[in-house]
Structure formats: C-alpha cells, structure tokens
Ligand binder design. Structure first.
Ligand SMILES: *Cc1c(COP(=O)(O)O)cnc(C)c1O
Length: 388
C-alpha cells in the first residue's frame, strides 16, 4: 500500500515544516545518525548512552557528584509517570500547580496511581503565583511533593520555577518539574529553584527524535525513593541502578533515537548551548508575533507571560474561518501548525522549536496570508470585540 510518504524518492524528499510542540523538524544530520543498526550491549553503544547522560548534566550545568541523568523509554509522559510513580512514598501527598492540560495530566497520573493529590489552579493564560503554593503548603503539613510545569505548552505560558521552588524548599518539600518543552532552551537556575527531579524528552528542544524521556535527578532524593515504584517498567530507581551497573537500559533501548539524540546534543553545543538556542526560538517567536499582529490576529497570552516555545492565537472572528480547512490548506503548502489546547478559548498554536530558521517562519506568515485569502477571510482581520 502506498502513502503520500512513498511517492517521493528518498534522495529528493522534503518534509513539511513542523510548527508543533513535538515531534519536531530535525536536522538532516540528526536523521542520518539513525542509519545504523547497533547492538544494545555493544561497547560503542554503551559509550553513547554514557555520553548522553553526562551531556544532559552539562546542558543543565549540574555536577555529576550530586545529580544524575536517567533515560527512560517512551514519550515524555512515560518519563513523568516514572517520576510520579517512583519517588512519592506510599503515604506521600502531591501538590500540583495547574494552569493547563499538562498540569491536569500530572493530577490524573497521581489519581490513577492512587497517590493522594491536591491542586492549586490558575487560569490557562496566567502563571502560577508562588504565594498560592505557599498558602497551600502552609495549610497542609502532609504535602510531601510539589509538581509544576515550566512552560505550559497548552498555551505557551511560562511558570517561574525559581520562585515557586524557593517556596517549596523553604517548606522542605520535594520539587518535581515538568520541563518537557523548555529544557535545552530556557535554562533553570537549579540553585535558586532547588529542583529534585526534572523531566524532558528526546524530541523537544534538544531537537532529537521521539523515543525516550530523561529525568535529571538529585541523587540523594532518587536513592531515598528505592522500593516505592508502582510499576516494573517505569521504576526510576531500578532504571538508574541498571544504567549505573552495566551502562545499559533494563529493557530494549530505542537505539536509533539514542543515536540521533547523541548527534543532537553535539549540534546543541555547536549552536552555542541552551542560551543560544533559546535566543533563536525567541527571535523566531517575535517574527511570528509581529507578522500575526500585522494581519490582525490576537495573541492568547500577554507578552509578559509568553515564553519562547509556542504561541497561541485566537481564531479570526469571521464566519468564513474554520480551523480544519485552514490547517489543511497550510499543510498542502508544507506548513504544519497545531490545534489549540486551551479550554476557555478557540485558539490554534504555532511552535517555535525544532530545526527551523527565520525563512521558515517568514514562509509560514506568507502562507497564512495566502490561505486566508483563499478561504475568504479578509486581511487585516476584522477587529474583534471578543476578549476571551
Ligand atoms: C510534550 C509535553 C509533554 C509530554 O508529551 P508526550 O506526548 O508524552 O511526549 C509533557 N509536558 C509538556 C509540558 C509537554 O510539552
């Protein structure tokens, strides 16, 4: 059976540009790194794993004396579930700061694992104020762990993990951070934030391909959790101990994704590290923000709380606009945007991460203008009275 992907010869193919939160557009060299079949016990492959683990600590500027990087098969959610399911004791109590779908996913995870869970919540277009975490911890001595999402990819809003982390540390609780969509581009000040466990995955800002998640853990906190895992495959401590013992994954590793990631880490260093990468994303975000504003689109977020990872825009307030035909027409032109995820407003999203350059973003803006014309929506867009 043939699909669209079969119709082009490999030597001349050109993939669509992915303006999504992952999987992302990757460099040709990252893809080429996967053209190898390696044995999971091969010494060269074990060295790749070792270099990935130490490379991740370097990206975060963490000392290997106090911190470690644990790799876990699966998508980012598997990495989060390995942390939530492994590091909270049987009588533990998790507080989740929720301002989007990924915060809600952490709550659901805890419920399914039968872990006691509470929330503090804020609207999806606002960061979590540290004071609400402080009030929650002050009112309940039993809360042992606090979790927050660094960049809520639902909207693109940034949470201040340093300020929230300072509160968590003052109360002596364990701090978990979902930095899935930000790690490698938006640095975290680990000393200020006092993070114990931070989770990200292979296919976000490191610009690798999907296949595994990774957990940066404070070793003392990790080792204190031995025996608490609620899953065999997602046992974070056992995975760490396996990696330390013989350098291998306990179960089949995603060899190709690891080869790609090893190359992606090199390319991150070549670009100048997380600060340079974050700066590229921010430059491209601004091109989109200005270009979309010029067409009359309205951003879902205020500029002050907007991060460099992904932006949300309200649907144009015009009867001829429907998301699906808009999306499909952009896709035919080689540009893949992303549906919205916020619950209180009709939005679509444009991601700024992945191996995309200024020309890709300028091309997307031209394509959006062209498609609006095609579907009969005037540009500039009619001024909307809609506020939410
Ligand atoms: C992408 C993402 C995840 C994980 O999603 P997967 O589909 O499991 O990879 C979790 N949290 C945030 C904030 C994300 O952006």
């Amino acid at each position: 059976m043939m699909t669209d992907l079969d119709s082009e010869p490999l030597s001349s193919w050109k993939d669509k540009a992915l303006f999504t939160p992952g999987p992302l557009t990757t460099s040709r060299t990252v893809k080429q790194a996967m053209l190898r079949d390696v044995g999971s016990r091969d010494t060269a492959f074990i060295q790749i794993i070792r270099e990935i683990r130490s490379g991740l600590l370097q990206v975060a500027s963490l000392s290997p004396d106090a911190y470690t990087a644990v790799l876990m098969q699966g998508s980012g959610t598997f990495g989060l579930e390995s942390v939530v399911g492994s590091v909270i004791p049987p009588d533990g109590h998790l507080l989740v700061a929720v301002n989007g779908a990924y915060g809600r996913r952490l709550v659901r995870m805890a419920e399914i694992l039968r872990i006691r869970v509470s929330t503090v919540e804020r609207p999806e277009n606002e960061p979590i104020p540290p004071e609400v975490v402080e009030q929650a911890l002050a009112s309940n001595e039993r809360m042992t762990h606090v979790a927050i999402v660094h960049c809520e990819t639902t909207s693109g809003v940034m949470n201040d993990v340093e300020a929230v982390g300072a509160v968590v540390r003052r109360f002596g609780r364990t701090f978990l951070v979902d930095a899935m969509s930000s790690f490698g581009a938006v640095p975290v000040d680990w000393a200020a934030a006092g993070v114990d466990f931070l989770v990200s995955s292979s296919n976000k800002c490191i610009e690798g391909v999907p296949g595994f998640a990774f957990v940066l853990a404070r070793k003392a906190a990790l080792l204190a959790a031995r025996g608490w895992a609620r899953s065999l495959a997602l046992d974070l401590v056992a995975q760490y101990e396996g990696l330390e013992r013989d350098g291998q994954f306990r179960f089949t590793p995603p060899t190709h994704a690891l080869l790609a990631f090893h190359q992606a880490l090199r390319e991150l260093a070549q670009e100048g590290g997380p600060a340079a990468r974050g700066a590229r994303y921010e430059r491209n975000r601004r091109i989109i923000a200005e270009g979309m504003r010029a067409m009359g689109f309205r951003s879902y977020l205020r500029e002050e709380v907007q991060g460099p990872i992904i932006s949300s825009f309200f649907y144009p307030d015009h009867p001829a606009f429907e998301f699906e035909p808009f999306y499909q027409a952009l896709s035919r032109r080689g540009y893949l945007i992303y549906p919205g995820k916020v619950t209180q407003a009709n939005c679509f999203r444009i991601g700024h991460i992945g191996r995309l350059e200024e020309a890709d973003f300028r091309g997307l803006l031209l394509a959006i203008r062209d498609v609006l014309h095609e579907i009969g929506v005037p540009v500039p867009l009619p001024v909307s009275q809609q506020t939410m």
